[in-house]
Design a binder for this molecule. Structure first.
Ligand code: GTR
Length: 426
């Protein structure tokens, strides 16, 4: 290393420490007693202070107002530019001893000399009637969800993860089936549901690149109130649903959208923004998903905006260490899904995602579900106390459980989702 290199490094280090000092992220709090005093906005009070008393007023006034707030202040609005999507490949074969079909569908966006292909993997159980479906994005390529050798190996950029057969940011054959514990494909098929998935990086690679890659690259650099990556991934989920509406083997009026962690944040936003999704599932979505921002426990707005500056729109930065200024909170994201069924799941060791805050979002969304004529969290007066671990509270149209264990999506979680879908999606 030359002297010039060293002095350049020193000045880079200086700039870096100056900017870190400027936006110091406070240490994460894990103590309930240290939660700052806060008042949650009432989802049934309009911004003009009047009370929402009818389902009609919710639908025509308060819901659009809240949707706009989340879009403009947090996830970002869709850009105005056209993003035409065409089906450019459909390939299929029989799988699992003939009990299902594997279909791969390429959805391609073409504009000028740019083109982006997003590959949907769909498993459909043999059935004479159109079937309901679960749809969710995956973290490391469709080929990781099952060791079915017929799944195309994803050619795109991947996050580097040693265990998962990724070398130099590309998947290798060793990656096949490495996420299968998170995708119990045959269990879902045996229950009569199709399962659709897509690699989230096909839509937008998960790193901060100044909006130069993925679907973001098709539009101008977004304004402060336009989409971050979560909104882009949610856009991709809606494009999957567009395709499913054309697939005669799928009943597109009965599609559950689900996601884990950052993709749980994505499924909630997709389900809130696109009312065609019939059921919405958030698995361990935490900060920016189901957890209440104003509790400031575990991951905070400041931390998430600092480590993942590309996830939300630029306006959201105004709430760094300033949650008190938020005129909305995540219980209202759940309320945007009403009256459609929603299921929120936490994991007991996942304190980073604030399990209690995830439950409270459900609890505070309940009055909206009731105004719309559903049973919300279930018959009787709902309790602000979360249920004990491994005791799902899911008799209503808002379901919740806190599974024993770590931040993950497991067979236990899927069993609850299937059970809930059997009751609410059929
Ligand atoms: C963490 C992040 C969480 C969650 C998680 C994931 O690093 O702080 O908000 O999204 O990643 O998606 O795996």
């Amino acid at each position: 290393m030359t002297r010039l290199h060293l002095s350049l490094l020193a000045s880079v280090a200086l700039c870096f420490s100056a900017s870190v000092a400027h936006s110091q992220v406070p240490e994460a709090n894990y103590d309930e007693a240290k939660i700052p005093a806060f008042t949650l906005p009432d989802p049934l009070v309009n911004s003009d202070g009047t009370r929402v008393t009818t389902a009609e007023e919710w639908k025509t006034k308060r819901r659009p107002e809240l949707l706009r707030l989340f879009a403009e202040q947090m996830y970002g609005k869709l850009p105005k530019c056209e993003l035409p999507v065409e089906v450019t490949r459909v390939e299929e074969g029989k799988v699992f001893d003939g009990k299902a079909i594997r279909r791969e569908v390429d959805l391609t966006v073409k504009k000028g000399d740019k083109s982006l292909t997003m590959t949907l993997l769909l498993y459909i159980p043999e059935c004479d009637e159109p079937v309901p479906a679960f749809v969710g994005l995956n973290f490391a390529g469709n080929h990781t969800i099952s060791d079915d050798p017929g799944i195309s190996l994803n050619p795109n950029w991947m996050r580097p993860t040693k265990e998962k057969g990724v070398e130099k940011n590309r998947a290798t054959e060793a990656a096949r089936g490495t996420s299968s514990s998170r995708w119990p494909v045959e269990m879902v098929l045996d229950r009569g549901y199709a399962l659709g998935t897509m690699y989230y990086g096909d839509i937008d690679p998960d790193f901060d690149d100044g909006f130069k890659n993925g679907i973001h690259a098709f539009c101008d650099k977004p304004a402060a109130d336009e989409w971050g990556s979560i909104a882009a991934w949610a856009w991709g989920l809606s494009r999957i649903l567009d395709y499913l509406e054309t697939d005669k083997q799928i009943d597109a009026t009965r599609v559950a959208v689900l996601g884990h962690s950052r993709l749980g944040k994505t499924s909630l936003w997709a389900g809130a923004a696109d009312e065609r999704f019939g059921l919405v599932i958030s698995n361990d979505s935490g900060c920016g998903g189901a957890a209440l921002n104003k509790r400031v426990i575990g991951e905070s707005v400041h931390r998430i905006n600092t480590v993942f500056p590309h996830w939300f729109c630029d306006n959201f930065v105004a709430y760094n260490s300033n949650e008190g200024a938020l005129t909305f909170d995540q219980h209202e994201l759940i309320a945007l899904i009403a009256p459609r069924p929603v299921y929120v799941a936490s994991a007991s060791e996942d304190t980073w995602a604030d399990p209690k805050g995830e439950y409270l979002s459900c609890y505070y969304a309940d009055p909206v579900y009731r105004l719309l004529g559903t049973a919300g969290l279930g018959e009787g007066k709902p309790s602000p106390e979360p249920p004990a671990v491994d005791q799902p509270r899911s008799s209503g149209v808002i379901g919740y459980h806190n599974r024993t264990g770590k931040h993950d999506i497991t067979k236990y979680d899927w069993e609850q989702y299937l059970h809930f879908a059997d009751r609410n999606l059929k």
